[in-house]
Design a protein around this ligand. Sequence first.
Ligand code: IVH
Length: 671
Amino acid sequence: MNLEQAQARVQALHDILNEHNYRYHVLDQPTISDAEYDQLLRELIELEREFPELSTPDSPTQRVGGEILPHFEKVEHLSPMLSLGNAFNEQDLREFDERVRKAAGDKPVRYVCELKIDGLAVSLRYEDGRFVLGATRGDGTVGEDITQNLKTIRSLPLKLRQPVSLEVRGEAYMPRAAFARLNSVREERGEALFANPRNAAAGSLRQLDPKLAAERTLDIFLYGIGQNEGLSFTTHTEALAFLSELGFKVNPERRTVEGVEEMLQYVQEWQERRPDLAYDIDGIVIKVDDLALREEMGFTAKSPRWAIAYKFPAEEAVTRLEEIELNVGRTGVVTPTAVLQPVSLAGTTVKRASLHNEDMIREKGLMLGDHVIVKKAGDIIPEVVAVLTDKRTGDERPFTMPTHCPECESRLVRLEGEVALRCINPACPAQTREGIIHFVSRGAMNIEGLGEKVVTQLFERGLVRSVADLYYLKSEDLLRLERMGEKSVANLLRAIEASKSNSLERLLFGLGIRFVGAKGAKILAQHYGSMEALLSATEEELTQLEEIGPKMAASITTYMKKPEVRETLRRLAEAGVNMHYTGPAPVRAGDGAMESPFAGKTVVITGTLERMSRKEASELLESLGAHVTGSVSKKTDLLIAGEKAGSKLDKANKLGITVWDEETFLAHLPK
Ligand code: IVH
């Protein structure tokens, strides 16, 4: 390929990748599989490597994180990034409306109500449609250049759908699920946990190493246009629609309302629906829609007169810290939990709160018996935010972390670079028990009827000491447990029996090998095919696999060498537990996925299939690059309808979605 041809291909790849990125991250309607996307991206990376002069700052390859920065450059904002006045109750909102109506000449006013995203305000500059600079708010006048980190946000367009020059403002945030994932990984690694998604987002955007920022999943909603060349709108509603047209992610829950009553209704509605959101919000922003009226109203020194932020009532309460309980997790990490005098908070009674780790207790200066403030953010577990030291009576007792494991009394250690204390005794009963709970859990061997309580009983009575023992349980053992009748015992034994035929990845994940999550387990199972093959894999061989890093590889080989592990595996196999991968063959980019008629398609399965279960069909489809969902919507590309298909079939017909019967489906499977 000569330079000219390469240039044309690079340009085409930019367009294709940008389009698919937009469909996936902004519209949430992907049309190609991840594997196909990755293959196109790899092609672009290769071309840029071969022709470095074709690598540009707005290339889709730039999202993975560039050079480590020595510091962030300062950026002066084109116009100050202001804050908003606050409203705390209905009265405040009614007064705001009165002020606005006065300026409007006593006419009812149209407002745009938006969710107040709990993240970080950012400003983005685009020149001729290309993203050139992104900055934090800073002190409102001068912020910091975080362009590199912002590029890692997949929903942020590097190139707009029109070649306009403008500054846009919005909120970067971390979705709740990403936050939970991040903290669980940090916990596993013994690193300090983030208190909430906002702090985690702030920490990520202020990373000087953009590769670290790229590992954190952030997202962004844009809510306003700043300086621009030649754009003009009459309403905010229009401006937001234009942002959306340009390819920006604009919050879909925004609503243009007429008058104060409708505004109050929106506020009320979201106060209730707040826990259902995939991200945290801390209030509602209300803005005058008519831009001419905004102009007329102007600003105070700090904030616009035409907008206000309604803040949700703080979900905080004061209570007493009665005790600090210590729990030993599956990986040996000892976590302190606050036992509180029960207090009602945002509709539930709170009795316990996480304290995360020893440092957190020390930083807050917590003593047993202290009055503390507890807070609940969204649907996240409550946490202790502060101690009310002036409420101390002198009867409070200091708390010190134990030096020995509360369960097995072996000495606790703090591994280098970790915040957490760990029990490293492999025979620690707490770890074993938690390990068994993990083994039977839904994502692992999925043994229905074996919950935490039953496992604890089995463990405490010495009936199950290792996961292999589960497969040697007899009905007379189970009948002796609390609340276990003939019927539940029979069901449980059946569930245990059924789990024997699980595909290898479930077993691998269930074993709880450090750093091997569900995804890692699947890659291993697909690649090696059997436990036997995996047992003889070397560390070097493992690291050759994509997505298996040196840490995971080392952890796997160390684990597999242990005599007690070998013994457990021997007993599992002897009991008849399947040690092979029985799922569909992996699809590699370049073969099946490209030809598969299912690649990138959103598919729903309904009714009874004759040749396989719905679950099997779904796994098969996913392996062929489809995205299988549970309900029919406009986004559905295909409905596979078995016998006795009901309302989903009706809905699909109504929406004009392609419907295949089982036979047609089977006929389209790769041979
Ligand atoms: S409008 C003139 N809209 O809340 C200020 N702000 O004090 C224009 N925020 O840190 C801000 N969601 O980043 C606006 N839909 C939304 C918002 C929002 C979150 C943040 C903003 C700022 C603070 C306002």
